[in-house]
Design a protein around this ligand. Structure first.
Ligand code: MN
Length: 218
């Protein structure tokens, strides 16, 4: 598996030291997290819907069972141990499923009047609007209650997990961000800030917040 360079570049630009993990056995997750101060769950292909109790619909894309198992174990451990976690795209979906929530397997076939969430514009392009809950940590981090974001997904959070809450929505109602309700640092965004921050400084802020939360654990 390869990790696009933008994630590490964003963490570095935010003052952190990025470490890229291979896919390991899920049993290794607790030991891995003992060596890290924060966790970034990156984008990727679809989660196997068996992890939230569903069989695959025709619109489901490629799945990677070993990666699912390791990332879900990492996310559950991070949530339980208070390791700061930022989930991006697939990462917000992993975070939500790890905590007991569900996903839309394929927005276009499961929702009516859905926006185009798989942009064909350049990766950095601000494709659609999002509205943020003004009371959320996410709004405080970004310093705005409205933004424009890129969009490269056909899945999204459906039922928000216990312990998380939705804090940003696209104009069609699709959930675009979640965060922890208990004050722990667990954030997830459905867009790709790692592809936007060098043009739009706003989008470095989630990485800066992750690095700050991670630093506080040193
Ligand atoms: Mn979107």
């Amino acid at each position: 598996m390869q990790v696009p360079a933008g994630y590490a570049a964003a963490v570095e630009a935010a003052g952190g030291i990025p470490v890229i993990l291979p896919v390991l056995a899920p049993e290794k997750a607790p030991e891995v997290l003992e060596h890290l101060q924060g966790l970034l769950l990156s984008g990727g292909v679809d989660l196997d819907p068996s992890h939230y109790g569903e069989d695959p619909l025709p619109g489901l894309g490629k799945v990677t069972p070993e990666r699912d198992a390791f990332e879900l174990a990492l996310a559950r451990r991070a949530l339980a141990a208070g390791v700061p976690v930022l989930g991006i795209c697939r990462g917000v979906q992993v975070l939500n499923v790890a905590a007991g929530g569900t996903l839309f397997q394929d927005l276009g076939s499961q929702l009516e009047k859905v926006l185009k969430h798989r942009q064909e514009a350049p990766r950095w392009h601000e494709s659609h609007a999002v509205r943020l809950d003004p009371s959320s940590r996410m709004a405080a981090i970004l310093g705005v209650t409205e933004a424009r974001v890129n969009s490269f997904h056909h899945q999204a959070v459906r039922v928000v997990a216990p312990g998380l809450r939705a804090v940003a929505w696209a104009p069609d109602g699709v959930i675009e961000a979640v965060e922890s309700v208990d004050g722990g640092f667990a954030l997830g965004v459905q867009w790709h800030p790692e592809e936007m921050w060098d043009r739009y400084p706003l989008h470095l802020k989630p990485f800066s917040a992750l690095v700050e939360a991670a630093r506080a654990r040193l």
